[in-house]
Ligand binder design. Structure first.
Ligand code: NAP
Length: 310
């Protein structure tokens, strides 16, 4: 299921609404308000053009501040060159709560950025009424861009399984397709069936925890590959993720690691040796091909895509 095309640091993927999202994203989960603006600035300085935050991370204001500071210092980079994603938390779901949450996003970010590129529903772990009410409110921001609260370019979901997407597609108010489903994805959780479903519906898969939150970097098979091919475990996992065609979100509090995690992509188009494999080979891909594996490392180990309403 690898998507072989020539990838580089500034590659983008086209979404089903015609917008283009940078494939290399910088994640900010667990980054404190004290550090967020500086780490985001450093990530943009390293070359990331896509930043992921959420209301639940309690740092979206500082993340937006980091973007604004970077733009101010780098007049050659424009707001449109940077992708900013945030998410509606579970406790903010439902039609009216979502409107309040979007107001909060606006209050937190408007001093720094004048629109957000993408708002996701953070997880389906609420109820049909709340999920659809949230979606209804989000849809309105895209359909009525001049409503005065906040300009939102795209909407999507996170941690949605097929049942949650089917519920959305069969809802009579459904008008705007989600552009993305942000999911835990790595070799131990490849979600083959869900990805086929997303492909069919032209929804991009965005990988979170591509480094397994650091928990599988000492996996014996991975370490063996790492030694044999002189690639770090993190490098192998991130390259694997890009080769799957994912939009990849990786978090680190170390500016050096942030740079290393991006520098594993070629600087420009066509400079990857031409085979589209980013320096991996078929043996590495075979070892990491675990279509049946279902190891969930986030959300308390319980797969949110399989959530059923109580
Ligand atoms: N939608 C959702 O439900 C959801 C859930 C989880 C995550 N996300 C998003 O996805 C982003 C990424 O996922 P994640 O933060 O869970 O996990 P991740 O990116 O897989 O892993 C982050 C961990 O890996 C370490 N790390 C980073 N680069 C490394 C390297 N080169 N070598 C060794 N270790 C390295 C980091 O440590 P240091 O910081 O110490 O470098 C951190 O402990 C999040 O920040 C968030 O934006 C979304």
């Amino acid at each position: 299921m690898t998507h072989q095309r020539s990838l580089h640091k500034f590659s983008t993927s086209e979404l089903n609404n015609g917008q283009h999202i940078p494939i290399a994203g910088f994640g900010t989960y667990l980054i404190s308000v004290e550090k967020a603006a500086t780490l985001v600035y450093d990530a943009l300085d390293a070359g990331y053009r896509h930043i992921d935050t959420a209301i639940a991370y309690k740092n979206q204001r500082e993340v937006a501040q980091g973007v604004a500071r970077f733009l101010q210092d780098h007049p050659n980079v424009q707001r449109k060159d940077i992708w900013f994603t945030t998410k509606i938390a579970n406790e903010n779901q439902g039609y009216e709560n979502t409107q309040k949450a979007v107001q909060q996003i606006s209050d937190d970010t408007k001093e720094f950025i004048d629109y957000v590129d993408l708002i996701l529903i953070h997880s389906p772990k609420t109820s049909t009424k709340e999920r659809l009410g949230t979606y209804k409110a989000l849809q309105e921001y895209v359909l009525e861009p001049n409503n005065g609260v906040l300009s939102v370019k795209s909407i999507g979901v996170s941690n949605y399984g097929i049942a949650h997407l089917e519920e959305l597609f069969h809802w009579e108010g459904f008008k705007v397709k989600p552009v993305i489903n942000q999911l835990e994805l790595h070799p131990w959780l490849p979600r083959v069936g869900l990805r086929e479903y997303l492909d069919k519906h032209e929804i991009l898969a965005e990988a979170y925890s591509p480094l397994t939150r650091g928990r599988r970097l000492d996996d014996p098979e991975l370490l063996e590959l790492s030694q044999r091919y002189n690639l770090s475990p993190a490098e192998i996992l991130l390259k694997w993720s890009y080769l799957q065609g994912f939009i990849v979100l990786v978090k680190t509090e170390s500016p050096k690691r942030a740079k290393d995690n991006l520098d594993l992509l070629p600087d420009s188009k066509g400079s990857d040796g031409g085979d589209g494999m980013l320096g991996l080979n078929s043996e590495i891909l075979k070892v990491l091909d675990k279509p049946e594996s279902k190891v969930v490392l986030t959300w308390g180990g319980i797969d949110p895509t399989l959530y059923k309403d109580e």
